[in-house]
Design a binder for this molecule. Structure first.
Ligand code: HEC
Ligand code: HEC
Length: 422
């Protein structure tokens, strides 16, 4: 196989991000935004239309042509509906709003995890009816176990066992690394992009967490912030990969359809003469995502908020970030993350390195909005913040143990605080 057919290594210039202008619409923050340029209403409307666009396989009577040949969905909203996170089937069943990423040891030409020679970077569960077989079906079976607190209260934890069904090109070898990842919520995503890199890197230098380093396309490296292992530097990069891998839509960055060299039926589909999503469309989508507002509440429960600090949650889930924008105005947000990688231990490990992120390292999940979530942690296993906490181990083992040894009323207060982040 040649990896080039799968992921074209075309190098595009990185677009400098002016993160001073788009904060203006976000009521949460702003101490005195000046006269800074904002994306036009019409650009945001166009971007919203791209976000909600249903992509279809030509020549369909519905949607915009360009989907596939292989895909995991027909629209961004299939996995990020209402900007919320994805969900997994409650009973054992096929996965739709999460993806199974794959890689084999080593790195590709860009320094990223090496795609599987046949199935590529992720299993696409949709093909083209009668022409291109889906790569296979990803299913989860839930494995449960009881958890007992020091005070003998018990609760049940579950974790997914991934089962691959109907693989179109034969079985996947045992040594292929797999990572099941749920679609994250997108509320306030542009604000996470705006936190100055220097502030995040400074925290890592203090010894709390590590940065992921992402190839910048020009031979250098830049800070990773998006994806569960922080494998993408900015929204533009994330969106281009989503278009190509999740929807099968080509762009100037990824001009070739997402087939590997041995997928003959996929390769036999007519390749588009022009990128299916042009640069303007990508610009509009990114401008739209940058202004999606953060969750409204940054937490109410005073006692719970104090306990959150006391037991050590805040050392990774950094409550707030403040900085001065290019226009001199102060920005302040409360995302409860440091955007850094931490080793959370074997129970959560996917065993799959991703750039500088190790097999059991994850990006600190932002906790804003967590009060509304029902599928927590990178693979959506936790049904509540409480279950998510109980999976913390490794560098977070102490904070978890301190939470566990709180008395019942204090645990409830801390959980009420998390529930108020919505
Ligand atoms: C099949 C489901 C699916 C579809 C469709 C999908 N995504 Fe995602 N999205 C994911 C998953 C899974 C991740 C996490 C990826 C990772 O950890 O590497 C993600 C991550 C993201 C992130 C980064 C979030 C964060 O907190 O790091 C953004 C932004 C995003 N997607 C935008 C989009 C856009 C825009 C589209 C449409 C072009 C789209 N996605 C389509 C599943 C999907
Ligand atoms: C050493 C750093 C660290 C500490 C300390 C820590 N966490 Fe986390 N937390 C993480 C990381 C990393 C993740 C993401 C894990 C994953 O995606 O599987 C996470 C995920 C979570 C989630 C799931 C969020 C979501 O959106 O899926 C919750 C809830 C959570 N932490 C709460 C807490 C609480 C409460 C405490 C204190 C008792 C705490 N954490 C302490 C690093 C930490």
């Amino acid at each position: 196989m040649t990896e080039d057919t799968r992921q074209s290594p075309a190098r595009t210039a990185r677009i400098p991000i002016a993160w001073s202008w788009w904060l203006a619409p976000c009521a949460l923050l702003l101490a005195g935004a000046g006269a800074v340029p904002t994306p036009s209403e019409s650009q945001i409307d166009r971007g919203r239309a791209v976000f909600e666009q249903l992509w279809s396989v030509a020549p369909s009577a519905f949607g915009r042509w360009g989907r596939g040949p292989l895909s995991n969905g027909g629209a961004c909203t299939d996995c990020h509906g209402n900007h919320d996170r994805g969900e997994l089937p409650e009973d054992d069943g096929p996965v739709h709003a999460a993806v199974l990423q794959l890689s084999v040891p080593g790195v590709d030409a860009e320094g990223r995890p090496r795609p599987h020679p046949v199935y590529g970077r992720q299993i696409q569960h949709e093909g083209i009816l009668g022409r291109v077989l889906p790569e296979g079906e990803v299913r989860v079976e839930w494995v449960t176990r009881d958890h007992r607190y020091p005070d003998d209260t018990t609760t049940t934890l579950r974790s997914p066992r991934v089962v691959l069904d109907r693989l179109a090109h034969g079985p996947i070898a045992d040594d292929v690394m797999q990572s099941l990842r749920i679609a994250p919520a997108l509320h306030g995503i542009g604000l996470l992009e705006a936190i100055p890199e220097a502030l995040i890197v400074a925290r890592a230098a203090d010894g709390d967490g590590r940065v992921n380093r992402v190839p910048d396309g020009a031979g250098g490296w830049t800070l990773g912030r998006f994806g569960h292992k922080a494998g993408q530097a900015d929204l533009r990069g994330q969106v281009l990969v989503a278009m190509h891998e999740d929807l099968g839509v080509t762009s100037t960055r990824f001009p070739a359809p997402n087939c590997s060299a041995v997928q003959a039926a996929c390769l036999a589909e007519p390749a588009p003469a022009m990128p299916e999503a042009g640069d303007d469309m990508i610009d509009d989508l990114v401008a739209y995502l940058r202004q999606v507002s953060p969750p409204a509440s940054s937490g109410r429960e005073d006692r719970g908020a104090r306990l959150f600090e006391v037991v050590g949650c805040a050392s990774c889930h950094v409550p707030s970030w403040t900085w001065k924008g290019a226009d001199g105005a102060t920005r302040a947000i409360s995302p409860y993350t440091d955007l850094l990688l931490h080793d959370l231990g074997a129970g959560l490990a996917d065993g799959r390195p991703d750039l500088a992120a190790g097999p059991s390292e994850w990006r600190t999940a932002p906790l804003w909005g967590v009060g509304r979530a029902t599928h927590l942690l990178h693979d959506g296993r936790a049904r509540s913040p409480e279950e998510a906490i109980l999976w913390h181990d490794g560098a977070a083992a102490r904070a978890r143990a301190q939470f566990e040894s709180l008395d019942r009323a204090d645990r409830a207060a801390l959980l009420r605080f998390l529930a108020s982040l919505r």
